[in-house]
Design a protein around this ligand. Structure first.
Ligand code: ATP
Length: 330
């Protein structure tokens, strides 16, 4: 049966990198059924909301969602956070893998950050107080055990030998105390996988000084957001970092970068993060062979460095790089 894929381009460079990915997918003739759905700033101008009900409803019904990027609209709910919540996409996978010709400090990194997506400081529970405001940091045993279990399963399925829990339990004694305790409780079910835990501040330093110690990191929402952007910097920047948001019923795949208003409309956005997110989506819908073909075509394009965007030292436009990748699909 044809897989049902929702396509949410969003705005800014979200549109440009999604058009690049679609150009390549069209060449691959995968028999996917697309629903094009709206979200983001332009959608808000048109419909009064950055995330219409129809987008949520149709996304819920699809096998997977490919998401470009959206600009956050002031005083409106975040489109991506709403989708993560509504679709119960509790696990955010952010692979950090060196790619050829990126001018990054390291050329042999391979680890993954698994970020808890449903609670933590991004629960959206902020209230004003007399002298400012306060935000609630929700950590539950059930979500902490669920994300730990996801991280161990991910390690097993992807041939990693160690999972590191990252927290700040020495200061956030109750919330991160529960996170750490839940991690070690679940670890007992995975005796063949090594475990360790670090404080988030030390982890931020080790990511720079000795990133090769990491294999799979599991952490809460805000820490995961910050550490994965830091890690993206280690392998060449945001234009190269993909991500997946996985729930019980479906998955949403998006580049780690946002809509980058500073470069939008110029056709200079690197489509690599979007294409690697598409590779993750193809794996998710069990099109492993096709995922490998797409990844190989991208790697060949990066190795040859004939048609790459300015952030990689080239002069090509986003769509020209996509055409080059498409030409390498075997
Ligand atoms: P948001 O708040 O939605 O995350 P932002 O503009 O603050 O958006 P990003 O969109 O993630 O942050 O981008 C940060 C910077 O990284 C951009 O200003 C841009 O220069 C660079 N950048 C991001 N994505 C790409 C890309 N695909 N190709 C090239 N440069 C990129």
């Amino acid at each position: 049966m044809n897989k049902n894929i929702s396509i949410i381009k969003g705005d800014g460079i979200g549109i440009e990198v999604m058009d690049a990915a679609l150009l390549i997918l069209d060449k691959m003739e995968l028999n996917l059924k697309y629903n094009f759905l709206e979200a983001g700033k332009e959608c808000c101008k048109k419909n009064g909301t950055p995330i219409p009900e129809e987008t949520i409803k149709k996304s819920k019904k699809s096998d997977a969602i490919l998401f470009g990027a959206v600009t956050t609209v002031e005083d409106s709910p975040s489109a991506i956070i709403t989708l993560r919540k509504e679709l119960k996409l509790y696990a955010n996978i952010r692979p950090i893998k060196s790619l050829p010709n990126t001018n990054s400090i390291y050329n042999d990194l391979n680890f993954t950050i698994i970020r808890e997506n449903s609670e933590g400081l991004y629960s959206g529970l902020e209230t004003e107080t007399e002298n400012g405001a306060e935000a609630k940091r929700i950590i539950t045993r059930s979500a902490s055990e669920r994300i730990s279990d996801f991280a161990f399963k991910y390690a097993k399925n992807n041939f990693f030998n160690k999972v590191t829990a990252v927290h700040k339990a020495n200061v956030l004694k109750k919330t991160d105390g529960i996170f750490k305790e839940s991690f070690y409780k679940i670890a007992k079910n995975y005796k063949d996988i090594k475990t360790e835990d670090y404080y988030v501040d030390a982890t931020a330093m080790y990511l720079i000084t000795k990133p090769k110690i990491f294999e799979v990191i599991v952490t809460s929402n805000l820490f995961g957001d910050i550490l994965s952007d830091e890690s993206a910097g280690l392998v060449g920047g945001l234009g190269l970092a993909p991500s997946a948001n996985i729930g019980e019923n479906n998955g949403l795949f998006e580049p780690v970068h946002g809509s980058a208003p500073d470069i939008s409309g110029k056709q200079i956005a690197n489509p690599t993060a979007m294409i690697l997110s598409t590779v993750m989506m193809l794996n998710y819908i069990n099109k492993d062979k096709e995922a490998k073909k797409l990844e190989n075509a991208l790697l060949k394009t990066l190795k040859e460095k004939k048609q790459v965007t300015p952030d990689l030292g080239g002069t090509s436009k986003t769509l020209d790089m996509a055409k080059e990748i498409a030409s390498h699909i075997e």
